[in-house]
Design a protein around this ligand. Structure first.
Ligand code: SF4
Length: 286
């Protein structure tokens, strides 16, 4: 993999350094201090599955109303109806939803943003204060970090920037309303809301899903394993490749983990390119 000067500059601004010629591969990326060549590019290569390993991806239990845990099924509201909604109807259903108590404290629902047929789908956790105020997921400092990382590999959440859905992302949260005080989402809140995310994924039909943060991972993979154990390989959600990574808000509090998040993004990019039959060097900016 090679990187243009512009991409390196953008990554450097994020505290991520990449080198064209990596040094010897270490067993683990650096966990503290400056990021070294050996802890970024080489670690990314070491962590990435081969093209052939794509077929060995870890299959996730499908997230559907029929297979949701019995303890959650009872909380899913009008799921059969949600499964038939188009984009405008789904957006309206979210905006008027009162299925859980979060409707009482929200400023507005946070539906999602991006190209409706984007090849990339990013699933976060729940709206924070700024998202609740603006009605858009991943805004503020964590949103800027996410946008910078996406831009470094030629992706955008703004449909107007390019008409090519392969360069576009659709971003949605697992929960559409802000939990008061940014507390963790409750299991019944996640269960009541998950039908909306399921339908969004069905409508977007992404080529790759990036699950960011613990609650996104729990919802999509039905796993309570730590992110550190789930990242670094390709999972599957309803047949769609899914890569687990850290939430940008976590990265802002744990700067050394940016290198691992960058590795995850590269894994997702390699996965998409492998599925499309593209050569790994045929990427934007190279
Ligand atoms: S969090 Fe989801 S289920 Fe709860 S009120 Fe908001 S949209 Fe409805």
């Amino acid at each position: 993999m090679t990187w243009s000067d512009r991409q390196r500059a953008m990554l450097a601004e994020m505290g991520i350094r990449v080198w064209a010629a990596p040094a010897a591969e270490p067993a683990e990326p650096a966990v503290a201090g400056p990021i070294t060549p050996a802890s970024t590019q080489a670690a990314a290569v070491a962590a990435r599955p081969s093209r052939g390993a794509f077929g060995e991806a870890v299959a996730a239990p499908p997230l559907s109303r029929a297979t949701s845990p019995a303890s959650l099924v009872e909380f899913v509201p009008a799921s059969a109806d949600i499964a038939t909604l188009d984009w405008p109807a789904l957006r309206e259903a979210v905006a008027s939803c009162t299925a859980c108590a979060l409707c009482e404290s929200r400023t507005q629902t946070v539906f999602g943003v991006g190209h409706p047929q984007a090849h990339w789908m990013i699933v976060g956790e729940a709206p924070g204060e700024e998202e609740d105020r603006r009605g858009e997921p991943f805004v503020g400092r964590s949103g800027q970090l996410l946008d910078n990382m996406l831009r470094a590999i030629g992706l955008s959440r703004q449909p107007g920037e390019t008409p090519d859905p392969a360069k576009q992302v659709f971003i949605a949260n697992t929960l559409k309303c802000r939990p008061p005080g940014n507390r963790n989402p409750l299991p019944d809140e996640l269960a009541r809301c998950e039908g909306f995310l399921i339908r969004q994924i069905e409508l977007v039909q992404p080529k790759i899903i990036l699950a960011m943060g613990r609650f996104a991972v729990q919802s999509l993979l039905r796993s309570n394993s730590p992110i550190g154990q789930l990242r670094g390989r390709v999972h599957r959600y309803q047949g769609v490749p899914l890569v687990v990574t850290y939430h940008p808000a976590y990265l802002l509090r744990n700067l050394p983990e940016k290198a691992r998040a960058w590795d995850d993004l590269c894994l997702a990019l390699d996965t998409v390119e492998a599925a499309a039959g593209a050569h790994p060097h045929d990427r934007a900016g190279d």
